[in-house]
Design a protein around this ligand. Structure first.
Ligand SMILES: [Cu+2]
Length: 448
């Protein structure tokens, strides 16, 4: 007994000396396919469609991949290399030539000034270039999602702000052209969304508690701040990454014009070098509406009754409220901040801890100042006498901050209620002229 214990301890010590192996591409892709919480619906659907395209047996067209993708237990073996080729920013098709750019990949930039930690560094990393196809171009995305001018890509092993250990305090994402000037919807580049995922041997996905791949940041046109700490909080927190962690970027960009564009995604990181055990672990908890978005391996039914959305997440009525599945805290923590993301037509996302309303995240609309819209005007849309460039669009959405933290006990629940009213705000239409998919996503910063 004594000997066994000693040899176990010795074995553990020997193990800890070897650097932990990073997560394989196969495990990452398997997690992304199996856990619909990790990616926005459109990116998840495109990933499934790409995987199905490469599956010679046709069995991968099923929604779930419970056996993994390794070919074990009768599960089909997916050629991950080919899949990643299809998903890369360039794709497998004819290679269009990006413009030259002299803007460096990594720039040391001033901290945005809100994170008062004296040791904080700030760096801006440029990813890309990404080609955004003209609205008239037929591509895989336009066929699968009924949209125009969209490019959806993955980048595995995306550059991290540090190569060893560091603690990230905040993340901001933006788009720019070759010369570094901003690419916005005002000049026709629609920043649909980007998702930054982290994978690693010690990563634990906080929403479902399964898997070693985690969605740590999402942003779109509203240019959300991804914070793992509150600038004015009394509680120190951050997201720590290690040398074995690997970043994955999922990026979905859209064109508002019938003219090819090349853009770079920029991510600004504010971080502290090295490990910081005195900091609480800041985690982003994502909750979302959607008829089939559950944790892998669970089969719970919604306590809120039938969904107001179709399977492609398009609204069935003009005025409705839609809820997420409740999330249950696996351990105590502190809620430091929360905020929602909606699509046009949204009037607010209400966020609850147990049954108590802790935040109403309200969207703010502005008139799009797009120009050169010839490519879109030619099309006569049914079901309304407006086009997507004539309506108000959500520009930003209010967050709620709790500098003292709202205590979360083990077993406490959280959920969201997304309120939509298309009578008040017209919604974006897809290329068939139907109301396009809607979202109700809430990111909550919890310090564990
Ligand atoms: Cu969205």
């Amino acid at each position: 007994m004594h000997l066994t214990l000693v040899s176990l301890v010795a074995g553990a010590a020997a193990l800890s000396l070897a650097p932990p192996a990073p997560i394989s591409d196969r495990e990452i892709v398997s997690s992304l396919l199996n856990n619909p919480i990790l990616l926005p619906r459109s990116s998840h659907k495109l990933l499934q469609a790409r995987a199905a395209q490469l599956d010679p047996s046709g069995t991968l067209t099923r929604r779930q991949f419970p056996g993994g993708l390794g070919g074990a237990g009768g599960a089909p073996k997916l050629d991950i290399g080919s899949l990643l080729g299809l998903l890369s920013p360039k794709g497998n098709g004819p290679q269009p030539v990006p413009p030259n750019s002299s803007v460096p990949e990594v720039r040391n930039v001033p901290a945005k000034g809100t994170w008062k930690d004296p040791g904080a560094k700030a760096v801006k990393i440029r990813y890309g270039p990404y080609r955004i196809p003209p609205t008239s171009e037929k591509n895989f995305e336009s066929e699968v999602l009924n949209v125009q001018g969209m490019a959806n890509t993955f980048k595995m092993g995306a550059k991290k702000p540090c190569t060893g250990e560091c603690t990230i305090l905040a993340i901001f994402a933006d788009l720019e052209y070759a010369d570094g000037s901003p690419a916005t919807n005002a000049n026709g580049a629609w920043f649909h969304h980007t998702v930054l995922l982290n994978s690693g041997p010690k990563v634990l996905e906080p929403n479902c508690g399964t898997g070693r791949v985690e969605n740590i940041f999402m942003s779109g046109n509203e240019r959300t701040t991804g914070g793992f700490a509150l600038p004015d909080a009394k509680i120190k927190s951050g997201y720590s990454i290690t040398a074995a962690d690997s970043f994955i970027l999922s990026t979905e960009l859209m064109n508002m014009q019938n003219m090819e564009k090349w853009v770079w995604l920029t991510i600004h990181y504010e971080y502290l070098d090295g490990p910081h055990p005195d900091y609480r672990q800041g985690k982003t908890l994502w909750m979302t509406i959607g008829p089939e978005i559950r944790c892998p391996g669970t089969n719970i039914t919604s306590p809120w009754g039938p969904s107001n959305l179709t399977m492609s997440q398009q609204p069935k009525t003009e005025v409705f409220s839609e809820h997420s599945f409740p999330w249950r805290a696996p351990q105590p923590g502190l809620i430091l901040g929360t905020g929602g993301h909606m699509h046009d037509g949204g009037v607010g996302v209400e966020i609850f801890k147990n049954s108590e309303l802790i935040c109403n995240s309200v969207p703010h609309y502005t008139k799009s100042t797009g120009h050169g819209m010839g490519g879109m005007r030619r099309r006569q849309l049914k079901g309304g006498d407006y086009n997507n460039l004539e309506i108000l669009h959500i520009e930003k959405q209010d967050p709620c901050n709790f500098p003292d933290g709202i205590p979360l006990q083990k077993g406490d629940t959280m959920h969201l209620q997304a309120n939509y009213n298309f009578k008040k705000y017209p919604g974006m239409k897809n290329k068939k002229g139907e109301l396009d998919e809607v979202m109700g996503i809430v990111g909550t910063l919890v310090a564990f």
